[in-house]
Design a protein around this ligand. Structure first.
Ligand SMILES: Nc1ncnc2c1ncn2[C@@H]1O[C@H](COP(=O)(O)OP(=O)(O)O)[C@@H](O)[C@H]1O
Ligand SMILES: [Mg+2]
Length: 237
């Protein structure tokens, strides 16, 4: 279905080690624009490290990463920070909304930092809150929101500057199953309705229902598995 879409992410022969700990060994893969891909693997396998390397938060030891055609290693300092702010959205296990601000203000902050005016930032925060089903919660402080609502606002915040790629690290890790299902369904909608590209690290099999592909990272190797393997998560012999 997405075979003709242009590439959002090109990873070629990327390796990353911390000392003797070889987390990524000659990893290569591509993501097409509008693809939702889940990444699974045992704790400590390097899933977060993979996202950090892709997001330019950690340098790879070798290999090439292109995001939207741009070579990541060609960007340094301010150019890299600017690229991250405009092209990438990050979602973590904790929503990390600023507690002293309302949800609306939390959404507006990254847009204001990127140089949008107040009116535009406000309009965009309302548009996204509407899409994510939390518009009526905009005036609340994070402490008055459920875990699922907080994570929806965290996703909305990641989308504020219209990023090309969302990198999410166990975003449903703190949610109950029903809230996790809702979040995963939302990721599916972002992909199909808005052509958002998403790479989501998860332990939760329910994301497989929405994902186009599932990658497994183990012992430095990234391999594509079928979503039924994710349900059982048992090694094949
Ligand atoms: N900045 C770092 N320096 C040294 N070791 C690190 C660093 N970041 C992660 N590690 C180590 O790399 C391994 C993989 O970590 P991580 O990418 O967080 O795995 P996962 O997300 O799959 O659980 C862990 O053993 C961790 O301690
Ligand atoms: Mg991790």
């Amino acid at each position: 279905m997405l075979a003709d879409a242009p590439l959002a992410v090109e990873v070629k022969h990327v390796s990353k080690a911390y000392g003797d700990l070889h987390l990524l060994c000659n990893v290569s893969f591509e993501l097409r624009i509008g693809e939702l891909v889940a990444v699974v693997g045992p704790s400590g396998a390097g899933k977060s490290t993979l996202l950090h390397v892709l997001g330019g938060l950690q340098p790879a030891n070798s290999g090439e990463i292109r995001l939207g055609g741009q070579l990541l290693s060609g960007l340094r300092g301010n150019a890299l920070a600017d690229f991250r702010n405009r092209k990438l959205g990050f979602v973590f296990q904790q929503a990390m909304l600023l507690p002293e601000f309302t949800a609306e203000e939390n959404l507006m902050i990254p847009a204001l930092i990127a140089g949008y005016n107040n009116k535009t930032a406000k309009a965009r925060s309302h548009e996204l809150a509407e899409i994510l089903g939390v518009a009526e919660r905009l005036s609340h402080k994070p402490s008055a929101l459920s875990g699922g609502e907080q994570q929806r606002f965290a996703v909305a915040r990641a989308l504020m500057n219209r990023p090309d790629l969302i990198l999410a690290d166990e975003p449903s890790g703190n949610l109950d199953q029903s809230q996790a299902n809702d979040l995963h369904h939302l990721f599916g909608e972002l992909r199909s309705k808005f052509h958002q590209t998403l790479l989501v690290v998860t332990h939760n099999p329910s994301l497989a229902v929405e994902a186009d592909r599932v990658f497994r990272l183990e012992r430095g190797t990234l391999s594509e598995i079928s979503s039924s393997d994710l349900h059982h998560d048992t090694p094949r012999h």
